[in-house]
Design a protein around this ligand. Structure first.
Ligand SMILES: [Zn+2]
Length: 229
């Protein structure tokens, strides 16, 4: 938007930080710089065999795995994630994805990666919500890294909410939920698989198993925007 028009728009409807509510500067988007700086990082990508990689080691093949922000209940970040998922603020996911992409790219996390794939959402759930937040996170990652986004996966079965389930119950609940509809697009590729919040790792694990079976020569980078500890 031209500067004069954006100035007029800001005058009538000031852009504010989604976390602290302060008025955003012209160069800031969704969050102010101070809030971005204070978001809790796991720094897992800097650790060899980090806690998320330990969760998946020996279970599914992967190159690297990380969850970038630490998710804890009742935190400001948790409120933003809730808005992203349930209150029609997918732009929050896009901006967070962009921040994660910039920070991990600088650290070389995506070295050898060729494309980004978001965890798919069943069409019925997407129709009800209006969007899949993982698509927005993937968009932000794509903007920051320049990696193309492809959609070779589909969620073919609806599954129950997993909040109160154990890891095994979640894996059983997810069995048969995903399908690789376009394996050719993944052959020999380094694929960044993107989810929103990793708690037990069951969603990424389930999808990684499905991809490894369908496309054994695919190299997976498992990336979650947030991770619980
Ligand atoms: Zn702020």
């Amino acid at each position: 938007m031209p500067s004069l028009l954006s100035d007029i728009a800001d005058f009538f409807m000031p852009r504010t930080c989604h976390l602290c509510g302060c008025t955003l500067r012209e160069t800031e988007r969704i969050f102010c710089v101070r809030c971005i700086e204070t978001l809790p990082r796991s720094l897992y990508h800097l650790m060899p065999m980090n806690p998320m990689e330990r969760r998946f080691a020996g279970l599914v093949p992967f190159v690297r795995a990380t969850g970038h922000f630490i998710y804890s209940r009742n935190s400001e970040l948790a409120a933003a994630i809730h808005d992203m998922k349930y209150r029609q603020f997918p732009s929050v996911g896009k901006r967070l994805g962009e921040i994660v992409g910039e920070e991990l790219n600088m650290a070389g996390f995506f070295d050898g990666a060729d494309c980004i794939v978001a965890v798919p959402m069943h069409w019925w759930k997407k129709a009800k919500r209006g969007y899949n937040q993982a698509d927005y996170i993937a968009d932000g990652l794509g903007m920051a890294t320049g990696l193309p986004i492809i959609k070779p996966l589909e969620a073919i079965r609806r599954h129950k909410t997993q909040t109160a389930m154990t890891l095994q119950q979640r894996l059983d609940n997810l069995a048969g939920s995903f399908h690789v509809k376009d394996p050719d697009s993944l052959h020999g590729k380094g694929v960044v698989l993107v989810d929103d919040v990793c708690t037990t790792g069951s969603t990424l694990r389930s999808l990684a198993e499905e991809i490894a079976n369908a496309v054994p020569d695919c190299r997976l980078y498992l990336l979650s925007l947030c991770v619980t500890v």
